[in-house]
Structures are given as C-alpha cells and as structure tokens.
Design a protein around this ligand. Structure first.
Ligand code: ZN
Length: 260
C-alpha cells in the first residue's frame, strides 16, 4: 500500500513537471491583429512585426507588407506575397508587416457547396450559416472556382499616399477555372475602425502561383470551413508614424472603396 501511494506521488510530480515544461499552447479561437485598418487606410505602411513573429499567432491569415508591397495570404503556416503582377512569392521570416490578421485555424463547422454562387451569394450563404453576427470568424474555402477576380497593390515610396488613392490604379486579375483556397475573416460592425466590417478574403491558387485580395468570384465545387473566434489580441505599432496619424477621420465609404 505504501509503495503504491509513493508511486502515485511520483506520477503526480512527473505529470506536474511535464505540464510545466511543455510549450505553452496558444489560446484557441483567438484572432491576432497587427495594427488597425484605419492606420493602413491613412498610409501607415511600415510596421515592426516580422513574419517570424506573426507565426506565433497563427497558421492562417491575411494582410500586407511594409511599403504596401502586395497582398499577404497565410495558409498551413506558410506565408505568400502576391505582388502587383499577381504572382505569389514565398515570404522571408525577416520581412515585416504593417497590417495582418492571423489565427490558428480550427474549424467549428464545415460543409460543401456545389452551386455556382457569386461572391455576394457566398456572403449571404455564410451569413445564414453563422450562429450570430457578434463573433469574429475565420474561413477557409478550398476547391474549384469558375472565376476569381483578385487585385494586388504596388509597392509605395514615402511620403505614402492614403490607401484610397493607391487602389485607384490597382491592377486586377481574372483567374478562370482555377483550383485554390480563399482565406477570409468576418468582423462585426462594432469593430469598424479596428478591422474591415463584414467579409474580407484573399486567394491563393493550388499551385501557390497566383492570388491576391478578392474582388469577386464564382464558385464551382468547394469545401467551406468556419472557425468561430471569441478572443481578440491586437498589437498596436509603437513607432512615431502610428502615433502621429489621425485615426478618427477614415470614412466607412473609403474602407468600402478599398476593400470591395
Ligand atoms: Zn485584402
């Protein structure tokens, strides 16, 4: 009896030590965000966060690069940079981002769609699927698409123009009959100014060759996966550019122009 009891104590001790030594698990269902959409809208295009650091906050996400050098999409822990020629390139861990959204994608629900839904119809279908409009959500939509219209943004040089000026001449690309993945988020209306209210998707082809920020699409056969996000982790830039920028003057109409 005595020996049995000491074994139990040893086991307990070992378990405690093991759990204390294990790497801390990232909290589930958390969205991490570097900077704010309004800062990006106002031309704060240089951030401090490296992609190496961003990796700690998720395996899936979207964003952009310092100097606004293209659209970023992250899936399965790999980051891609879609430059203004529409081509996707791998990203160095030392590259930096002025704006990014990440999560460890852990779907709460999944279903197939085999209808030729437009982008707007996809948004309406997703809206009907979500339990509430008051959470944040991440989406991974994988399969074949009849069409995906993407855009990217060209690298900027200081003094940086506002984003609404940059997108006036944005190059867009029509990808026809293409396989790939849409990564997206939906943020509630009450987070306006912090992120883009409603849906925001980026696309990457299956061969990781092309992609960008999604302007329009038509589905063919896809699998939709949805991750409900209840926790929000935001890292604000500490540099003087962010500190000096007026973040209260960005109009909802300008965000709509830039993102849709
Ligand atoms: Zn985007």
């Amino acid at each position: 009896m005595h020996r049995f009891r000491s074994l139990c104590v040893l086991c307990l001790l070992a378990t405690t030590l093991l759990s204390a030594c294990a790497h801390p698990q990232p909290p589930k269902d958390t969205v991490f965000q570097a900077s704010t959409i309004n800062a990006l809208m106002e031309g704060v295009y240089d951030g401090e966060t490296t992609f190496g650091e961003l990796r700690k906050y998720g395996d899936t996400g979207l964003g952009t690069f310092n100097a606004l050098d293209g659209e970023m999409i992250a899936l399965h822990s790999r980051f891609f940079q879609v430059k203004s020629d529409g081509t996707a390139y791998p990203v160095e861990d030392s590259s930096r981002t002025p704006f990014a959204i990440m999560t460890f994608f852990d779907p709460d629900r999944a279903f197939s769609l085999e209808e030729p839904l437009s982008y707007k119809e996809l948004e309406e279908r997703l809206d009907r699927t979500l339990p509430t409009r008051n959470f944040c959500y991440a989406f991974r939509i994988t399969g074949s698409f009849a069409m995906v219209r993407t855009r990217s943004v060209p690298r900027q040089t200081p003094p940086y123009p506002r984003l609404v000026e940059v997108v006036k001449t944005q190059p867009s690309f029509d990808l026809q009959n293409v396989r790939g993945t849409l990564i997206g988020f939906r943020f509630p209306e009450y987070l306006r100014g912090v992120n883009v209210p409603g849906y925001h998707f980026h696309f990457l082809t299956e061969d990781a060759g092309r992609g960008g920020h999604v302007l329009d699409c038509r589905l063919d056969r896809v699998k939709v996966e949805i991750d409900d996000l209840y926790r929000f982790n935001m890292a604000l830039p500490t540099d003087s550019g962010f500190q000096r920028t007026n973040l209260t003057g960005t109009s909802a109409a300008d965000v709509q122009k830039v993102e849709k």
